[in-house]
Design a protein around this ligand. Structure first.
Ligand code: SAH
Length: 356
């Protein structure tokens, strides 16, 4: 890699020339480079996602969509929209399950990475791939799905210092290594009044890109009908503290060590997104853990059916179910949130609405 193309060198030069960069810019530019150039999923890559663990995940999402669509009166045309579909595995499994039950939607993907868009076209040839959600017109109701998409969007961090609130930035230390610091600019006006009075050292993370996206989704649902199913590592209550993390070759690494070559994520603040969706007219916001969602949609029955068809794989199938749904694996860390358009039915898989 030449100094011009090495992302670390580019960030170093940028910081020397124009000053420290906000964490949001570091994360946004690192991830854009990271996803543009590679397929990060699966055993030889950097991380594994639920649909890559087992077909059961996508199939149950497909059944969730079909059930909701039927109870909404089976409107046609209807769209399956997926944000950041990775290799297209979730969509392929979900669409197969939908077709088996009479739902054959138009398929639209929103994907920023040319490398992954190419894989998605192979997995789901009928999909139309868009760069942005706004590229879709609102002419039909949508069943929108996003798994591990929101956690890749850049977060902004604010830290309470003795002098007041500052943005967290990335700068260079004496040895020219990247390090976090508090920016020079006062940021007190960016804090909601009720959060402004936190102790020195408190970090508050927000994700303006996720908020902008959820606003678009909520407006689209209110205009055209449908529902959105958002699955991610995150929390259902308001929190403080940095959740920025980096993964490379299935290991946690320093988020400043490999810009453009490690997957940077942050926990999704579902509470903030739910509040925003409600403000924009989404009456019903449902949320639960991935484990509760998959178990109540019948992952147990699906695992038994798959095992009966392939007895030699029974142990592997049981292990996959455990990994997806058990509280000590992905079952509790991952949350599922559904936003439902006004007039659409209560979705399956949730015990109750998220309290406002
Ligand atoms: N949903 C897939 C992949 C998750 S990885 C799965 O569960 O396996 C994150 C996905 O979001 C990738 O497809 C990545 O290219 C895409 N992505 C990340 N940031 C994006 C952005 N800002 N705009 C569009 N797509 C983005």
């Amino acid at each position: 890699m030449t100094p011009q193309t090495d992302p670390a060198e580019r960030f170093r030069r940028l910081i020397r020339d124009t000053g420290p960069v906000p964490v949001a810019r570091w994360m946004g530019e690192s991830n854009a480079l990271y996803y543009a150039s590679r397929d990060p999923l699966g055993a030889p890559g950097d991380f594994v996602t639920a649909p890559e663990i087992s077909q059961m995940f996508g199939e149950l999402v497909g059944l969730w969509c079909t059930d909701l669509w039927r109870r909404a009166g089976s409107p046609v045309p209807i769209r399956y929209v997926e944000l950041g579909p990775g290799r297209g595995t979730l969509a392929a499994d979900a669409l197969r399950a939908m077709a088996r039950h009479g739902l054959v939607p138009e398929v639209h993907f929103v994907e920023g990475s040319p490398a992954l868009a190419a894989l998605q076209r192979q997995a789901v040839p009928q999909a139309r791939v868009h760069g942005h959600l706004a590229d879709l017109d609102g002419s039909a109701p949508m069943l929108l799905v996003a798994n591990e998409f929101l956690d890749a969007l850049p977060v902004r961090q604010l830290v309470r210092t003795a002098e007041g609130w500052r943005e967290v930035v990335v700068t260079l230390d004496d040895r020219q290594d990247f390090t976090f610091a508090a920016g020079a600019q006062p940021m007190d006006a960016a804090l909601p009044a009720e959060r402004a009075d936190a102790p020195v050292g408190t970090v508050i993370e927000t994700c303006p890109a996720a908020a902008a996206l959820i606003a678009e989704v909520a407006q689209g649902l209110c205009r055209s009908g449908g529902a959105a199913l958002l699955v991610d590592y995150g929390h259902l209550d308001a929190r403080t503290g940095s959740t920025l993390q980096a993964v490379r070759a299935h290991r946690r690494v320093d988020p400043l060590a490999h810009p453009g070559a490690a997957d940077l994520t942050a926990h999704v603040d579902f509470a903030a997104l739910a509040q925003l969706a409600r403000r924009l007219g989404i009456g019903a916001v449902h949320a639960t853990t991935q484990g509760v969602f998959l178990e109540s949609l019948g992952i147990g029955a699906r695992a038994r059916a798959l095992s009966a068809a392939a007895p030699a794989r029974a142990e592997a199938i049981a292990a996959d179910r455990r990994r997806l749904a058990h509280p000590e694996a992905m079952g509790t860390l991952f949350k599922v949130m559904a936003l439902v358009a006004p007039g659409w039915p209560v979705p399956a898989g949730f015990q109750e609405e998220l309290a406002a």
